[in-house]
Design a protein around this ligand. Structure first.
Ligand SMILES: NC(=O)c1ccc[n+]([C@@H]2O[C@H](COP(=O)([O-])OP(=O)(O)OC[C@H]3O[C@@H](n4cnc5c(N)ncnc54)[C@H](O)[C@@H]3O)[C@@H](O)[C@H]2O)c1
Length: 279
């Protein structure tokens, strides 16, 4: 338990489902007032209602993170309702499947707008108030174990998650430059059993997308942590001030080692046995 969080305010994007919902519930159980931001307003309202029914404080705010002005409105609502934001978790994200050359331009744009710009514009909307308060604060951006790897047929997603890693690193350096007491974390979830692949946009209607979706959705259901399990690990890591917050540390370490060896050696991208089964 982080005493500085008890009575504080958490804003979580994409908190109407999955990992974000888990984080919102876990933050509420740690004594935080929680703002549930999601484009799926019915789900956001349901999460907020159940937190309030359990004695917590929660506000649902319909938010499309791909709209920068919606993120400004979210920040205003959060500060108006609950005051100083202690913890901002930029979690909203979508999956996108298909061969690079078959995915329509607007589909590519949507992935980047939600998964990358949604995180960047949220920081732009919240950070000035968090910094000027001069209080301890925490900002966590949700990447993926995929931020360290490569995977065909999920290229827009992989590109977006690599960007989150880079953005979070540079953001941490800028906070250090100005001496702001704001801890930056980059969350790297491994498999968590959520709806993300059920909702994935199929950029091409070819069999690659459908087969890939079915295998990945099944893998999350069979091998994934529950969102509540993942949320506790994630909040513990953020509260401890970790920059990297993996939900599956051993898997993440193995991927980091593989990538380091690949970068140092004269290697080329190649399909692994696992990725071949997806084709
Ligand atoms: N589930 C996993 O195995 C896994 C692994 C690695 C990373 N992640 C990341 O975790 C985060 C949460 O994913 P999840 O698995 O819980 O998925 P999920 O689909 O269960 O939840 C995502 C939520 O984001 C919301 N959302 C979608 N577009 C939005 C928009 N434009 N504005 C606001 N909200 C929007 C959805 O309505 C949904 O409630 C994502 O960033 C995802 O990339 C998940």
């Amino acid at each position: 338990m982080n005493d500085e969080w008890n009575g504080g305010v958490a804003v979580v994007t994409g908190a109407g489902s999955g990992i974000g919902e888990g984080i919102a519930r876990a933050a509420a159980s740690r004594g935080m007032k929680v703002v549930i931001a999601d484009i799926a307003v019915d789900r956001a309202e349901a999460v907020a209602r159940s937190i309030r029914a359990a004695g917590g404080s929660a506000l649902a705010v319909a938010t499309d993170v791909s709209d920068a002005t919606a993120l400004d409105r979210l920040a205003d609502r959060a500060y108006d309702a609950f005051g100083h934001v202690t913890l901002l978790v930029n979690n909203a994200g979508i999956e996108m499947l298909g061969h690079v050359w078959n995915i329509p331009a607007e589909t590519w744009n949507k992935t980047i707008a939600i998964n990358v710009l949604g995180v960047i514009q949220s920081v732009r909307a919240f950070a000035p108030r968090m910094i000027s308060a001069g209080k301890r604060g925490w900002i966590a951006n949700v990447g993926s174990i995929g931020s360290l790897g490569m995977m065909p047929i999920q290229t827009p997603y992989m590109v977006s998650k690599h960007a989150i890693l880079s953005f979070s690193e540079c953001l941490a350096l800028e906070m250090e430059m100005i001496g702001a007491p704001i801890s930056i974390s980059c969350v790297l979830p491994g498999p968590v059993a959520t709806r993300i692949f059920d909702d994935a946009v199929e950029g091409d209607e070819g069999k690659a997308s459908g087969k890939h979706r079915a295998i990945m959705a099944d893998m999350l259901r069979t091998h994934g942590l529950t969102p509540d399990e993942a949320a506790e690990i994630i909040l513990d890591g953020i509260a401890a001030g970790q920059f990297w917050v993996p939900t599956h540390p051993e898997l993440t370490e193995a991927m980091a080692r593989t990538r380091a060896e690949y970068l140092i050696g004269d290697h080329r991208p190649h399909l692994t046995e696992d990725s071949r089964t997806l084709l």
